[in-house]
Design a protein. Structure first.
Length: 558
């Protein structure tokens, strides 16, 4: 039995797989399970065209067996198996993907379920194992073969005994070294955890024998270890299910299971798109902002799956900042992954998906606003500020998308109103959308600047967030109505007291001049005002920047 050397390039590549492609060792299991799932899929596809084969889903499974005594981890599948030649071709030549060939040869167009494509995943096993043994029996052959390798120096293939068609992969888990501990890959709970994390939605059962301590029958305090086989994965991903089969509770459970948040989501959005781009997504609008939401620490992002296999925990590119509060996951068959399957090759598809989702998030928020105002106000309390930042940032690029989602407190309605509601209530002669800025609604209500506008019967929007006025400046106008601060010099209100004001101005000319002198450097001008009713004096801004905005700008670090 002579050892066949891996080809020279392969040797280098193998070294790379073992040492540098993957950022985390635990993904070796994801890779082996993906291969097992592919092998079962291949029988399924073959059965579609081959009448002598039948596919009974129940007889196909993947099994994961750790053994601490022998320090081995065995992964068994009932898939299509490999012939001697296939063992040589697929496992002897690195970067050769039998699965990729299978897809092309069988012209499986919607064979997107088959995960393999690069022909390197298998070798991830060497990240945790000193020796890998593969015993396989192909559906095409009566003989079984054993492939064995201890890493870069080559492999052997010998005849073997195996009754059932399929593949068994035995990893001899590495001994611990000073700083490296491999024991975790023999621990039931840890393996379970890894399977849940990456392979929860593999469509075939992934089984393990789980030992649990249980009360002995008939005894009240004596325990015994009971071992029984459990299926670890959920199999059918909730996002591939039909919306009509799912209840609100199902979505809430998924939210909790996935630890998207500790609150109850305000709303879920289930998206199944099957057109030029194909993806499924389950998104959530949380009720409460996480404690670090408005800090630098907060990391936005959605889970990204490719064919039900987790690729990225937090894919930030899927969400714009103004919707960074959205939680959830996206699964797509159309992503071009890089070789480690941890990153994307091109972001074109991702951009398309993000854009499409964005619209849906907006539509959903609008419908909450329309149909459940109370709920929307809850949402707005947590995340309204973020929407306003969204309007302000990117030079107002997103204003069309976001402006209808904004709410401001109204002087007349005494509650939050949308811009659309404001404009639709405007009397015909009213030219502007008026707003007043201040620390709180109570304070704004007392501002002398609001008097004339309020007296006219016009509604005033109260801006109490620092960002409010900045955001509004980016909008410039809404439905062709410009925004106007009540503290701006010209309020654009028809003046029926013009003569009286001019008279007062003339009469008090000297007084105003001496006041200006006393306040020199603090005010630009002192003059008679037509806008006061009950207050003796009012400050107005020179030009378009309001007093509040001036304060904020002055407080900004240079
Ligand atoms: P990929 O999955 O990207 O093709 P891998 O290195 O993971 O690359 O696997 C290489 C090839 O080995 C697969 O394409 C497949 O043909 C074959 N293979 C690996 N594991 C199995 C298995 N459990 N059953 C059948 N064939 C397998
Ligand atoms: Mg693979």
């Amino acid at each position: 039995m002579s050892k066949v050397a891996f080809k020279a390039e392969s040797k280098k590549l193998l070294d790379m797989v073992i040492n540098s492609i993957y950022s985390q060792r635990e993904v070796f299991l994801r890779e082996l399970i993906s291969n097992a799932s592919d092998a079962i899929d291949k029988i399924y596809y073959k059965a579609l065209t081959d009448d002598s084969l039948s596919f009974n889903k129940d007889s196909y499974y993947i099994k994961v067996d750790p053994n601490k005594d022998t320090r081995t981890l065995k992964i068994t599948d009932t898939g299509i198996g490999m012939t001697k030649e296939e063992l040589e071709d697929n496992l002897g030549v690195i970067a050769k993907s039998g699965s990729h060939t299978f897809k092309t040869e069988n012209e499986i167009k919607d064979g997107h379920d088959i995960i393999g494509q690069f022909g390197v995943g298998f070798y991830a096993a060497f990240m945790v194992a000193d020796k890998v043994t593969v015993i396989s029996k192909s559906i095409e052959s009566d003989e079984a073969f054993k492939w064995e390798s201890t890493g870069p120096d080559g492999y052997t293939i010998t005849p073997a005994e195996k009754a059932q068609v399929g593949t068994e992969i035995i990893l001899e888990i590495k001994e611990n070294e000073e700083e490296e501990n491999y024991d975790e890959f023999l621990e039931e709970y840890r393996l379970k955890q890894i399977i849940k994390k990456y392979s929860d939605f593999i469509r075939y059962p992934i089984k393990m024998d789980i030992t649990e301590s249980k009360l002995k029958e008939g005894s009240e305090d004596e325990y015994e270890d009971v071992t029984h086989e459990q299926t670890i994965n959920t199999m059918v991903p909730i996002w591939k299910k039909n919306k009509s089969e799912l209840t609100d509770e199902d979505y809430e459970n998924f939210y909790n299971e996935k630890h998207y948040g500790y609150d109850k989501p305000l709303k879920h959005i289930h998206i199944n798109v099957d057109g030029t781009i194909r993806y499924n997504a389950i998104l959530y609008i949380p009720e409460n902002a996480p404690h670090n939401y408005y800090t630098r620490e907060f990391e936005k992002g959605l889970e990204l799956y490719s064919n039900g296999v987790l690729i990225m925990d937090k894919c930030a590119d899927l969400l714009p900042d103004y919707f960074s509060f959205v939680k959830g996951m996206v699964d797509s068959e159309d992503l071009s992954l890089n070789i480690s399957r941890e990153m994307l090759q091109h972001d074109r598809q991702l951009k398309l998906i993000a854009k499409n989702m964005n619209k849906k998030i907006k539509t959903q928020l609008q419908s909450i606003l329309r149909d459940d105002r109370e709920k929307y106000e809850k949402f707005y309390k947590s995340f309204g500020q973020q929407l306003k930042y969204g309007v302000y940032s990117d030079f107002g690029q997103n204003k069309d998308l976001l402006q209808d989602l904004l709410l401001f407190y109204s002087s007349k309605e005494k509650k939050l109103v949308t811009l659309d509601e404001y404009v639709s209530r405007m009397p015909e002669e009213q030219k502007f959308i008026y707003y007043a800025t201040g620390e709180s609604n109570e304070r704004i209500e007392k501002l002398p600047q609001t008097e004339l506008v309020a007296d006219k019967g016009y509604e005033i929007l109260f801006f109490t967030d620092e960002i409010d006025e900045f955001a509004i400046r980016m909008l410039m106008n809404y439905k062709e109505k410009e925004f106007k601060s009540v503290s701006s010099g010209d309020l654009g209100i028809e003046d029926d007291q013009k003569d009286a004001t001019e008279e007062a101005q003339e009469e008090n000319k000297d007084l105003f001049a001496s006041m200006k002198e006393i306040l020199s450097g603090k005010v630009k001008e002192v003059r008679a005002s037509k806008r006061l009713k009950s207050h003796p004096v009012v400050l107005t801004a020179d030009g378009e920047i309001s007093i509040e905005m001036e304060k904020i700008i002055n407080a900004m670090p240079d």
